[in-house]
Ligand binder design. Sequence first.
Ligand SMILES: [Zn+2]
Ligand SMILES: [Zn+2]
Length: 172
Amino acid sequence: MAIMWLNLKDIIEIPGGEVSFECELDTQALFFPALVRFIDAPRASGRVVNTAGVLTLLGELKAKVLCRCDRCGREFESEKTLSLNVPLSADMDGESNDAEVFPLDGDGIDLNEMLAAVFILSIDSKLLCSDDCKGLCPACGKNLNDGPCACTKPVDPRLAVLGQLLDIDEDK
Ligand SMILES: [Zn+2]
Ligand SMILES: [Zn+2]
C-alpha cells in the first residue's frame, strides 16, 4: 500500500499548532466482505491540531462504494461520510492498548494506513440494500423486494432457518 506521509514535526512540540491535509486513499488494500468496487475512491481532508500537547486528527472522509446486500445479494450504491476525530499518540512504549488512539510513527503518520483502518472499522458487519430488505424466498430464491413469489405457502424466514439447521443435523 502506498505511503502518504504527513509530517508533524513542526507541531509536535507546539501547542496550538496545526497542519492541514487532503488526500485520496489507495483502494488496493481496502477491502470488506460486501464490497463490489469503489465508485469514488475515499477522499479525506482535515487537519491535525496540537491541543495542549495532545495531537488530534480532525476532518472528514468521503467514499462512494458499490456493495452487495448481505440479505438479498443485490448490488447497491452506498455513500459514506465519516467525520474524523482521532487522537494521535507519540507514546512508543507500547503500554497503551487503546485502539482508539493511533500511534505516531516517529514525527509523522501514514495517512493512507491510518485512514484505511478508520474506514474499514466504520463499515457495518452486515450491509443491507435497505433497512427493510425482504431478502430471498427460502423456497424458490426469488428476490422478494421485487414482489411476492409464486410459492403457494410462504415460508416464515425464521422457520426456514430452523429447517436448514435441522437438515444439517440430519446429515451428520
Ligand atoms: Zn437486500
Ligand atoms: Zn418463493
